[in-house]
Design a protein around this ligand. Structure first.
Ligand code: TRP
Length: 316
């Protein structure tokens, strides 16, 4: 079985864009691969974050991922910061990674611009740590969004440089792109659904009925907006109904109010069992603790073994 590694930052409020763009795919990939999924809390430090928020968001993300179908019995599910070795291998990769490549990264440039008072070194060397996340487990495949392809290219560069300088040790990783198209914001059909555009832009997994209804009611209905709502419907609704609405839309006869009502219904239907699971997990903090400690134990075993080999190779 090939090994798969991926991580997600605890930035709060998992929304349908995250679900369709990444997590749904993760859940399915669990059947085919030996999976390592982690909360990238070390990466979260590159943007200033209140410690209480970091703790709360990590807790909620763990629960959301479990409720959405990450299965800790099949998958190694853990927190990045629990594993000794990611940061250490990240340092080793820092000493191989060309600064010119790091400073070319779109995410580095975007985040620097957004956080003009906090352009820290972690923001620049972010891809070295990401390479370490993957290669410490000698991962073969990495499911990510399109925006992460650049970083994965640097993972390949890190592996190649290491293999050339020392000896052939790391595999060539392959990205897996999620089949889901990218979802647009509800309040701006030209921008990707994202937290940075505010809560009206997205439907969070934890949104209650009233909030979901209100957000969809307010969603923009320009040409791209309607297309986006139809696409959303295609993921959550009935196939026959979707085809009917697509046809009506093409004929210029689709009522936006009907589309919105149907979509609201289907999304609420999707969210209900997930929210019941979330509420259930929220009453069992000890169980959550146990799951995540157990994941760390499994991951640490492999990280320890590989890091020991890596250290030997480089002459420590
Ligand atoms: N950088 C990724 C993102 O922002 C998160 C991440 C961290 C990751 N380490 C990883 C993804 C390793 C895949 C593999 O989405």
């Amino acid at each position: 079985m090939k090994r798969l590694v991926s991580g997600i930052k605890p930035t709060g409020n998992i929304h349908l864009g995250n679900y369709l763009g990444a997590i749904k795919n993760w859940v399915e990939l669990q059947k085919e691969y030996e999976c390592f999924f982690f909360i990238a809390d070390l990466h979260a430090l590159t943007i200033e974050i209140d410690p209480r928020d970091l703790k709360q968001q990590t807790h909620e993300l763990i629960i959301d991922l479990l409720a959405l179908g990450i299965n800790p019995k099949k998958t190694t599910f853990f927190r990045q910061s629990d594993i000794i070795g990611h940061a250490e291998l990240g340092w080793i990769f820092n000493c191989l990674m060309p600064v010119a490549e790091l400073s070319r990264m779109t995410q580095f440039k975007d985040e620097s611009q957004k956080n003009i008072n906090n352009i820290n070194a972690g923001l620049l060397t972010y891809p070295s740590l990401q390479a370490a996340d993957i290669l410490i487990y000698k991962g073969d495949v990495v499911p990510v969004g399109k925006d992460q392809l650049q970083h994965l290219e640097l993972t390949r560069i890190a592996a190649r440089k290491f293999n050339n300088r020392y000896k052939r040790y790391f595999p060539e990783i392959k990205p897996i792109l999620s089949p889901a198209q990218r979802l647009m914001s509800l309040n701006n059909s030209k921008k990707k659904m994202s937290k940075s555009l505010g809560p009206a832009s997205y439907i969070a997994i934890r949104d209650d009925e009233e909030t979901v209804t209100h957000k969809i009611k307010k969603a923009v209905t320009d040409e791209a907006g309607v297309k986006n709502l139809l696409e959303l419907y295609s993921y959550f609704g009935k196939k026959s109904k979707h085809q009917k609405m697509e046809k009506a839309h093409a004929a210029g006869k689709l009522m936006n109010s009907e589309l919105k009502e149907e979509l609201t219904l289907e999304i609420l239907k999707f969210l209900k069992p997930i929210q019941i699971k979330i509420a259930n997990y929220e009453t069992q903090p000890l169980k959550i603790d146990k799951i995540i400690k157990n994941g760390a134990k499994k991951a640490q075993k492999i990280a320890d073994k590989n890091l020991a080999e890596i250290k030997k190779i480089i002459g420590f």
